[in-house]
Design a protein around this ligand. Sequence first.
Ligand code: SF4
Length: 306
Amino acid sequence: MISGRSDKRKEQYDVPLELPSTFSFSQSSLQSYVNCPRRFWLAYVEQLTWPALEVAPYDEHEQQLRRGAQFHQLVERAEAGLPRELLRQGLDYPLDEWFESYLRHRPADLPSENVEVERVLSVPLAVDAGRSRLAARYDLIAFGGDDENRRVVILDWKTNQRATRRSFLQQRMQTLVYPFVLVEASAGLPWGPVSPEQVEMRYWFTVAPTEPVTFHYSSDLHAANRAKLEKILNEILRGERQADFPKVADTEENRRRFCSYCVYRSRCDRGIGAGSLEEFDEAEFPDSGLEDALDFTLEEIQELVF
Ligand code: SF4
């Protein structure tokens, strides 16, 4: 259940499942659970800090995370209408190139009636007597059209070293959670409601700005996503102890894909060295740089009660 938790409990390894009262599920925490239930337990229930690197070399990874955050901030300011010349001033490589790519290749077909950036939405789910919420932070939501031709595009800016494959993105919790939360929340928004058929999710990459990856949404997908989300949340909320959150199977592939990029690997006896940045894909572990991804603040969340 979701409730308050004491510091004493936090220090223990085997404690009944308690999530902070402000906790909202997100694509990051759910992806973490899907990748490895034990990681979800350690990161989100125990909130256990562990002295290890996620990715090596650390400095370079940190720099990439910082540049990614700076790019998002630049785009947010550009979308808010700040003069381009002002925003260009003092930009170093590769931010200068990324920003020019954004200016040249921002999708021309985005609806323009209503554009929102860095919006956080949160909706209740029909589990745990409606106490559990699912939240999403959107880089950009573009809405337009009349009742018959209404269109909403969710855009996510990606600054990865490589463009993520479509087949891989299709399996990501982000591709499921973002349109789901938007449709559920849309009845409470000034420009809503929208039906699933009116929504599309688009990933835009700084390394491939002319090749965004688009997923169209539908009522069938929405129903399937609801069932999947409720199943995962019920599974999580049924868990009571660490033992209910098993480690991902110990295979060579899982060690390479998950454990080598997870700070808990020495605690789990899954190796010592951090995975290499060269092979790292942030879509695999969206809560990389965990301290930023753990939670949403209450102020950020647009509370929507139905
Ligand atoms: S090290 Fe591996 S098994 Fe342990 S929490 Fe991380 S991903 Fe799971």
